[in-house]
Design a protein around this ligand. Structure first.
Ligand code: ADP
Ligand code: ZN
Ligand code: ZN
Length: 738
């Protein structure tokens, strides 16, 4: 043990630094030699020696004295003059790191734009102001420097600082000269106030339900309040968000709006831009790195008043945050499925509580967790029971297809209905959540099936490309023309994907233009936008797609929705399968008949007697949710218990189970009271991308028990010897069990 000198003259503060590394610890350094440590603030970046190289780290705190095991190294540089991250950003990161069992450095640095993470300096503040000395300068001293005089006059008129964009030539040299004399300095300038700039051409008068929801929401804008706005698709939720947003903006606050999909970002952006010119920063995964960085910086400086984005935008720095909206809060894309596995919806709530601001969750089909939180009084429930503008809700009907001969997955009844609706000039939407041509290629003679060589999965036939494609690991091979086992040419695709459905419909309805929206058809950049725009303009009669088409879009001319296969979710491995299925059905159904044209939804199923499906169709999502929650409660599943999933994978087929067994043994040595261990077991998809996978499920009735165990257990797992061969990860509140 080394003990730092206690002589007050030489006592140097210790800098506690987070570094992006898969290690559950922070790292201590001394300030660079001769650095004035009084200028250091948490949230500043430092360059620090790390291993044999150097890293960019974030200063978390300075501590006065410490017992240390090795002599401390010196940080090599301080990269910021002001903190990059505010205390509240650090607090959110700490909470998330602890809750999701992810190293703090990976959370804090991993959510930064790349160049900032690597230590690139912040752009200088945009404004200029007079220094205290500068204010004492008299006109006489500037008599022979008219340009300098001019600038000093401007700055005298703006004691809080002002942006001097290059309006006048030669300004930068003039400013540099003034700065050299110590008369002027750079400063941050508050963005222009948007208090009056929100011009709202009000499109509608709110209906009574909207008005009373808005009134409740506005009354709560002064502090932390959580609301669920539950309203069927088309009930006018977005209208309520926008009015509340405008109120928050006029109060001088910034707002954060989260949507589940990139396509919904542009849709909402268009709607916002029609109403006001407020500066909006977009943050989503489709941005180039430079765009992301600029958006992030505009949010941080307060210049952007609204951040609109997908999942990762929940970490955007917003110094004046006053409102968070999470649209389609039930959507599973809010959960990150790799690396740092956070839920943006749940972090939005944490962030609102930390910041003392309002968070509004909106959905037509709230997550069961959210409904449970409403029942416990944690969120205030606001409802929009009817469709805005008088549109009639769609009629839902189950269509039994047991022992019915299908053509490309379509029953004769559904085909007849399509014929009729298309003939009457309407749009028809068909939903099939399986892309590709056929889910599997098989040999009619010997029974060979197209399994993936790296996964326990079938390879999907994509006919246009003549390829077999594994949708799990991405492996692609040329589709064989003869069976690899018996050389028979009798190969057939089994089942239907969207590609096959498209081919069939083009033959069956040659007179009607068709558009397919799925991941394959929209791979090229801009293709999705174009497809959606064409749908809006009425260029297509038949819309065919996967869940990409199910989310949030307005297709008012659609009067018939056909759901080709409702049974996938009913018997899924994941206990969330039926909840997802119900949400998807209601969401897809919500695309229909949004204008004055009544819509009809036909759901093809082989299980028309399934109790959850029947309740959903007869009594709606609310009744479904009550029944599903009752089942969860009886089975002690979330939200009535809390789970974490430890996954392990390795090339060596024995290693994952062995690692997880060691993990269980380690946990039993700790305080694991009240935590149940299920497994280790092979993962449902036991092989993926050539690696064997296993998992261990932890479950507890008490969230804090589970959290406390993870807090000591994960660091021990991280320091296990020989873990190099194993990849493991922790998933708190897992959504997928695959
Ligand atoms: P949601 O977000 O619940 O799907 P929107 O806010 O998008 O609903 O509203 C659905 C449609 O109804 C939109 O075309 C919108 O312009 C319209 N709308 C919303 N509120 C009203 C209202 N009070 N009166 C008339 N039309 C409305
Ligand atoms: Zn064969
Ligand atoms: Zn595969």
């Amino acid at each position: 043990l080394h003990i730092l000198p206690t002589d007050p003259m030489t006592l140097a503060p210790i800098l506690r630094v987070a570094v992006a590394a898969p290690l559950y610890q922070t790292f201590d350094y001394l300030a660079p030699d001769g650095w004035d440590t009084a200028t250091l603030r948490p949230g500043m970046r430092l360059r620090v020696p790390f291993g044999h190289g150097e890293r960019c780290g974030l200063l978390l705190e300075t501590a006065d004295c410490a017992l240390i095991e090795t002599p401390l190294r010196y940080a090599t540089a301080v990269l910021d003059t002001v903190p990059l991250l505010a205390p509240e950003d650090l607090a959110l990161g700490r909470w998330a790191a602890r809750y999701y069992g992810t190293p703090l450095g990976e959370v804090l640095l991993g959510t930064l734009p790349r160049r900032l993470r690597d230590g690139v300096p912040l752009p200088a503040p945009q404004g200029w102001q007079l220094t205290p000395v500068g204010f004492t300068v008299g006109d006489a001293q500037l008599r022979r420097a008219p340009r300098q005089h001019e600038i000093v006059e401007i700055l005298r008129a703006h004691p809080g600082g002002v942006r001097l964009e290059a309006q006048q030539g030669g300004q930068s040299t003039t400013l540099r000269a003034l700065a050299a004399k110590g008369w002027v300095q750079r400063c941050t300038v508050p963005a222009p106030s948007w208090a009056i700039a929100v011009a709202t051409p009000l499109e509608h008068t709110l209906n009574a339900a909207q008005a009373s929801a808005l009134e409740a929401l506005e009354a709560g804008l002064d502090g932390f309040h959580a609301y669920l706005l539950e309203g069927v698709t088309g009930s006018g939720k977005t209208e309520v968000y926008l009015r509340l947003l405008e109120r928050a903006l006029t109060l001088g606050r910034q707002a954060l709006i989260l949507v589940p999909e990139i396509a919904l970002v542009s849709q909402l952006l268009r709607r916002m831009q029609r109403r006001s010119s407020v500066p909006i920063a977009l943050l989503h995964s489709g941005l180039a790195e430079g765009e992301r960085e600029r958006a992030w910086l505009r949010a941080r400086s307060g210049e952007a008043r609204v951040v609109l984005g997908t999942r990762s935008a929940v970490f955007a720095p917003l110094p004046e945050l006053g409102l968070i909206v999470v649209d389609e809060e039930h959507d599973s894309s809010y959960k990150q499925q790799e690396g740092f596995r956070y839920s943006a919806r749940d972090l939005a709530l944490v962030r609102a509580r930390q910041r003392g601001c309002t968070v509004l969750l909106g959905s037509a089909t709230p997550a069961l967790e959210t409904l449970r939180n409403v029942a416990r009084g944690r969120y205030l429930h606001l409802g929009l029971p009817t469709r805005a503008g008088g549109a009639v809700p769609p009629r839902l009907a189950l269509l039994n297809i047991r022992s019915v001969r299908l053509q490309a997955g379509l029953s004769p009844q559904l085909l007849d209905l399509m014929e009729e609706r298309l003939g009457a000039g309407n749009q028809v939407l068909l939903f099939l959540n399986r892309r590709g041509y056929a889910p599997v290629l098989t040999c009619h003679d010997c029974g060979w099936v197209s399994g993936c060589r790296h996964c326990d999965a079938r390879m999907t036939l994509h006919k246009a490309e003549q390829r077999l494609w594994c949708h799990h690991c991405g492996l692609q091979i040329a589709a064989p023309t003869r069976c690899p086992e018996c050389a028979s040419a009798n190969l057939l695709g089994l089942g239907q994907g969207t590609e096959q459905l498209e081919e069939f419909l083009q033959e069956r309805f040659p007179a009607y233009s068709l558009v397919r929206i799925d991941r394959d058809a929209t791979r090229r950049s801009g293709a999705l936008e174009r497809g959606l725009a064409e749908i809006r303009s009425g260029a297509h009669r038949i819309l065919l797609g996967t869940q990409m088409l199910a989310k949030g879009h307005h297709f008012p001319e659609v009067t018939l929705v056909g759901i080709l296969d409702a049974d996938q979710g009913l018997y899924s491995l994941n206990y969330r399968g039926s909840e997802r299925m119900a949400q998807l059905l209601i969401q897809v159904a919500g695309r229909a008949g949004r204008a004055q044209k009544p819509g009809q939804v036909v759901i093809q199923t082989r299980h028309p007697d399934h109790p959850l499906l029947r309740v959903l169709i007869r009594h709606g999502y609310g009744a479904f949710a009550r029944l599903a929650l009752l089942e969860r409660e009886q089975a002690e599943l979330p939200p009535f218990s809390f789970q974490a999933l430890l996954r392990a994978e390795a090339i060596d087929p024995q290693a994952p189970l062995a690692f997880l067994a060691t993990a269980v043994a380690l946990a039993h040595n700790l305080d694991d009271q009240g935590v149940e261990f299920w497994g280790p077991v092979p993962a449902p998809m036991g092989r993926l991308g050539g690696r064997t996978r296993a998992q261990l499920l932890l479950q507890s009735q008490h969230r804090d028990r589970l959290q406390a165990l993870l807090g000591v257990w994960l660091p021990q797992l991280a320091s296990l010897k020989g873990r190099g061969r194993i990849r493991w990860s922790i998933d708190v509140d897992p959504q997928e069990m695959l």
